[in-house]
Design a binder for this molecule. Structure first.
Ligand code: FMN
Length: 282
């Protein structure tokens, strides 16, 4: 299979077989994470391998009860790690102040995702599936405590990996010309913006179950993997209550309500401060 086909075939996997990943493959996954591009080649990242059942369960709770984190044989907790660099620089009569420099932080987060995406691609090549779980960012303090993560280290992303039991095949994407601009930014007309999203999501579907498979696969997968059906029902109730009538409302009234998203700043900034990060005035 060409690399193009491999990447185009990849989907986020949330339904894993109960099958261990061979150690030599895990070692290669770590190699490609370590070999990823890194701003200034500073490599301000660490990752924690989570494989023990009890730790998988706890991590799953830390990320808000997403069952695939418990069910995957391996999760990697990707951290921005300024601890190691700060220690090293202080031993050599200089200091590194990444915890106060937004620029270092942004580059470190990009480094982290480069490393993680290398893992995603190599995993795919071994017929492993994976899913990013970003909600660890809502529980940084608890994750730091549980994994004994020191100051100046922030767990920012989880990648759960395993052999797929099923692959979702209904995930909508933009047409490529929506995201690609030639030589300069080409502002889309209101009509073109509407069309871009219409092409992506299709018309708002009355069949809620079918709609959720396309627009909120997480709840459909979660309900398949737990005893009582609850998330889908909750979403259906919310859709009714909030009178959701289109795709945009579904996303920004229900899934990512704008006010609530802004409110999450408080929690995140507090967790950053607890880890020793402070971007003064921001
Ligand atoms: C930064 C980031 C955070 C994500 N967080 C979650 C998450 O918390 N839970 C989850 O089930 N999927 C999560 N995903 C996976 C996305 O839902 C998924 O990539 C998206 O639905 C598109 O599907 P695809 O990966 O199959 O193209 C995340 C993806 C990214 C890139």
């Amino acid at each position: 299979m060409s690399l193009y086909d491999l990447i185009m075939r990849r989907r986020s996997i949330r339904n894993f077989k109960d099958q261990e990943i061979p150690e030599h493959i895990i070692e290669e996954l770590l190699d490609v994470a370590n070999n990823a591009p890194s701003g200034g080649n500073i490599q301000p990242i660490s990752l924690i391998l989570v494989q023990e059942a009890k730790r998988r369960k706890e991590l799953s709770e830390i990320v808000g009860g997403q069952p695939w984190v418990k069910n995957a044989p391996l999760s990697m907790v990707f951290c921005i790690d300024f601890y190691r660099i700060k220690k090293w620089s202080s031993m050599f009569d200089t200091d590194f102040k990444g915890e106060n420099a937004l620029s270092h932080f942004l580059i470190a987060y990009a480094d982290l995702m480069c490393a993680a995406q290398n893992v995603v691609i190599l995993a795919e090549n071994y017929e492993l599936g994976s899913v990013y779980v970003g909600t660890i960012q809502s529980n940084v303090d608890r994750a730091r405590q549980y994994f004994m993560i020191p100051q100046y280290v922030l767990p920012m992303m989880v990648l759960s990996i395993g052999y797929p039991k099923s692959v979702p095949r209904n995930i909508p994407k933009f047409k490529r010309n929506v995201i690609a601009h030639k030589e300069r930014y080409e502002v889309l007309s209101d009509d073109d913006i509407k069309k871009a999203f219409e092409n992506k999501y299709g018309s708002f579907d009355d069949n809620v179950e079918k709609y959720l498979k396309k627009a909120f696969i997480e709840v459909v997968e979660a309900d398949k993997q737990q005893d009582q059906k609850s998330w889908t029902e909750l979403v259906k109730e919310e859709m009714k209550k909030l009178e959701i009538r289109n795709n945009a409302q579904f996303l920004f009234k229900l899934r990512y309500p704008s006010e609530a998203m802004v409110k999450m700043n408080e929690n995140l900034v507090r967790a950053f401060r607890n880890a020793g990060f402070d971007f003064y005035g921001l």
